[in-house]
Design a binder for this molecule. Structure first.
Ligand code: ATP
Ligand code: MG
Length: 202
């Protein structure tokens, strides 16, 4: 008799622009790890978020990655991931999940999204294929309607303390020289100042 097959790891993928990484991201990530008993949650920094292309100027991916590293430090189950940056070009989740399946050991994948994103899923590349690759984990977000489970997906709703924080509001605050303490992990504030991001160095 051989050894029993290893239990697949429970791995979450939390994708985003993270421009900047903030306490809403951190609280959601920790709530998902806890509720779904994940072994790891990959915080996946989009290289080129195709939904945001041409809409505004993005902070360079390496700076966004540095903010994610700073903001997740001290939380061993939150793992910053460079896969989309290394792949280059536009970041499509279906390619990312396929790559994770190809490269890693077998795992149960959870795709983590805030409620504001759920309504857009139908527009994502190869959405019918994507549906079969991961269970969706939906985190409530202030300002986003309660959406329910999108058609064709297997999904769970994860309770989290709702934090009314967004990258859009933070970029405005930073550019206006307003404080962001309490909205962003302290290590991310230091990273922003150190790198002079969002015109804070001017
Ligand atoms: P922007 O305003 O630039 O869109 P954002 O705050 O929405 O920034 P994103 O990088 O777009 O940040 O979001 C990445 C993921 O994090 C998305 O799934 C989004 O729904 C989720 N998210 C962002 N902020 C929150 C929040 N406050 N609570 C719950 N989920 C959030
Ligand atoms: Mg967003």
């Amino acid at each position: 008799m051989g050894a029993p097959p290893p239990t697949p790891e429970r791995v979450g993928v939390f994708g985003g622009t993270f421009d900047p990484f903030h306490n809403g991201h951190l609280a959601s990530a920790l709530a998902v790890v806890d509720a779904l008993r994940l072994d790891r949650l990959l915080v996946m920094v989009a290289n080129e978020p195709w939904q945001k292309e041409g809409v505004r100027t993005l902070t360079p991916a390496e700076d966004r990655y540095a903010m994610v590293e700073a903001g997740t430090s001290g939380h061993p189950r939150l793992v910053p991931c460079r896969l989309e940056i290394e792949r280059g070009g536009p970041s499509y989740t279906v390619d990312t999940l396929a790559e994770l399946r190809r490269l890693g050991p077998p795992s149960d994948l959870y795709l983590v999204v805030g409620a504001d994103v759920v309504g857009d899923l139908a527009t994502w590349k190869d959405e019918p294929r994507l549906r079969g690759m991961a269970v969706l984990a939906i985190v409530a977000r202030p300002g986003a309607e309660r959406v329910g489970i999108p058609p064709g997906w297997q999904a769970v709703e994860v309770p989290a303390v709702p934090l009314d924080i967004s990258g859009t509001d933070l970029r405005r605050r930073l550019e206006a020289g307003e404080p962001v303490e309490g909205l962003v992990p302290p290590a991310v504030v230091r990273c922003i100042r150190h790198r002079g991001l969002y015109a804070t160095g001017r």
